[in-house]
Design a protein around this ligand. Structure first.
Ligand SMILES: Nc1nc2c(c(=O)[nH]1)N[C@H]1C(S)=C(S)[C@@H](COP(=O)(O)OP(=O)(O)OC[C@H]3O[C@@H](n4cnc5c(N)ncnc54)[C@H](O)[C@@H]3O)O[C@H]1N2
Ligand code: MOO
Length: 500
């Protein structure tokens, strides 16, 4: 283990100490500096006592964020909440489907051949008796078939009593035995498996479960996530004044959390004071508006709004100036830092912590792109682990540019796929969003850099398509080219063959 220089030394922004610690050597919560003042506002002075700060490598942080969490146990949720969840066990029909024989048409339930004497609806039908019935109506005892309303007509017999007889438009022999009757259990018998465990529930599954008599379904757990946005300079609407910044987290973070397998349960916006930080991290109440007493009375995890969070994601305040209170708040609450900085950029000040009550804290840096890279590094594996999912895949893509070494730190670079190669995007400064918005994925560039055409690890974006297996495509022999049609247009050029 190489000792890192004290973090209080005057390092330039973005130049974190690039030292590595073993994955099993989490930084100590005590490294949060309790000397930091509690004054709010962005005018806080940098400083604090020098401390030892040991950054994890990108790979260590990624793996540790996955390994530190156990899957949240399965629990029943109301049908309306179960969409998109993974079924934890087979779902059986609690009743026959349908559970009674019913009419498929408006008309008459009949017994035997016509003409039929009319009986009261619902009464047992003797031969040559009929009673009116509507679609979905319970077939009365003794009924053998249903005559559609278009095929029958009410006439009078010689005594002037009403009788049902076939209309002129009726087909000969109508209705056949069983015609227009939906038999009980024709779809499933009680006890039959309707939906297999492990299924990702779609809307039709929910309807099927309802038909099977269920009000709730057992689903694999997912993390309930609460968002805490910090920064007194952050404005949430309109054009910001100089010194203010427009909030980039409010519009995107809840959506990304859902894409990563979490359930977003509320957002809190606070300023820059230590008191606000502490209060926000201390808050274990269910989302506002829900009485805490209601939680215990409801089926576990019935809705996100009714539950305390499993994970709290904070934005900003990961630095070590007088206005950055994340580490101090975690220490005050008796928590421990699992990851305290990552040897990567952007996003190096990212934090992963665990509180004594089991809640995880992910501290995202305030800079917008840095935050999303930190969320990809810590949030994606953590939320996957909590949601019973595998570690998100890191595949390899051929690099469409030469990337210089940057000793000691991994660079996360949004890229676009151009002609089968990953081309680092423009506009990817720590505070920018243009590059990420247009990207197909993120390159995990090793400290020693990359040669043109070399394979580089990369991950897909939570909202993007999975990355194609370009590494395998690169190794395959080139397919024989079809003869070009005269006048035909040519497709994009695959430069990868020239770079093998
Ligand atoms: N002396 C040093 N200063 C800084 C270092 C360093 O190593 N030494 N690292 C820099 C890096 S890299 C990052 S990243 C940031 C981390 O900052 P914090 O997590 O403490 O966040 P803040 O200081 O609160 O804000 C940073 C930046 O982000 C803007 N911000 C905050 N919230 C939002 C939001 N919701 N939407 C858009 N932008 C937001 C904020 O206004 C600041 O401009 O520290 C560097 N400094
Ligand atoms: O580059 Mo800072 O790590 O993340 O903006």
């Amino acid at each position: 283990m190489t000792p890192a220089p004290p973090h209080g030394s005057p390092a330039a922004a973005g130049e974190e100490p690039a030292t590595n610690t073993p994955a099993d050597g989490p930084a100590d919560a005590a490294s949060g500096n309790p000397e930091h003042g509690s004054a709010g506002g962005r005018a806080g002075s940098p400083g604090g006592a020098p401390q030892r700060h040991l950054a994890h490598t990108w790979q260590e942080a990624w793996q540790l964020a996955f390994d530190c969490a156990a899957p949240i146990p399965a629990a029943p949720v109301a049908l309306r909440e179960a969409l998109g969840r993974t079924l934890a066990a087979d779902v059986e029909a609690l009743v026959d489907l349908p559970h009674y024989a019913s009419s498929a048409m408006d008309g008459w339930a009949v017994n035997g051949s016509g003409p039929w004497i009319l009986a009261e609806p619902g009464q047992r039908l003797a031969p040559h008796q009929a009673s009116p019935i509507v679609t979905g109506g319970l077939i009365p005892p003794g009924a053998k078939a249903v005559l559609r309303s278009e095929s029958g007509t009410i006439a009078s017999d010689e005594d002037g009593l009403p009788v049902l007889q076939l209309a002129g438009s009726a087909k000969p022999g109508e209705p056949r035995n069983g015609e227009h009757i939906r038999k009980a259990a024709e779809e499933a018998v009680a006890g039959e498996v309707l939906i297999k465990g492990g299924t990702l529930l779609n809307p039709a599954h929910l309807a099927l479960a309802a038909l099977g008599g269920h009000d709730a379904l057992p689903v694999l757990g997912k993390a309930v996530v609460r968002l805490v946005f910090t920064g007194s300079e952050v404005v949430t609407a309109g054009i910001p004044q100089p010194g203010e910044v427009r909030d980039t987290f409010g519009p995107q973070l809840a959506g990304v959390v859902e894409m990563l397998g979490g359930i977003c349960a509320g957002e809190t916006k606070i300023g820059d004071s230590y008191t606000e930080w502490l209060a926000a991290l201390e808050d274990t109440d269910p989302a506002p508006g829900i009485p805490a007493a209601a939680v215990g009375k409801l089926p576990a995890r019935s809705t996100a709004e009714q539950l305390p969070a499993d994970v709290v994601i904070t934005t900003g305040g990961t630095g070590r100036s007088g206005t950055d209170h994340l580490r101090r708040s975690v220490a005050e609450l008796g928590g421990r830092l699992l990851v305290d900085g990552i040897a990567m950029r952007p996003g190096h000040p990212a934090v992963l912590a665990e509180l004594p009550d089991g809640r995880f804290i992910i501290g995202l840096p305030g800079n917008p792109l840095a935050a999303m890279m930190a969320l990809s590094t810590l949030g994606a594996p953590l939320l996957a682990a909590l949601a019973h999912r595998p570690l998100p895949p890191v595949t390899e893509v051929p690099c469409g540019a030469m990337i210089e070494p940057d000793p000691g730190r991994t660079r996360l670079m949004p890229f676009r796929l151009l002609y089968g190669m990953a081309s680092p995007a423009q506009h990817t400064g720590p505070g920018m969003m243009r590059g990420l918005a247009a990207a197909d994925g993120v390159l995990v560039v090793p400290p020693h850099g990359v040669q043109l055409g070399e394979l580089v690890p990369a991950f897909a974006l939570p909202w993007g398509a999975a990355l194609p297996d370009l590494a395998a495509a690169k190794d395959k022999p080139a397919p024989k080219r079809a003869a070009r049609k005269p006048g035909g247009t040519s497709g994009p050029v695959d430069w990868s063959e020239l770079l093998g």
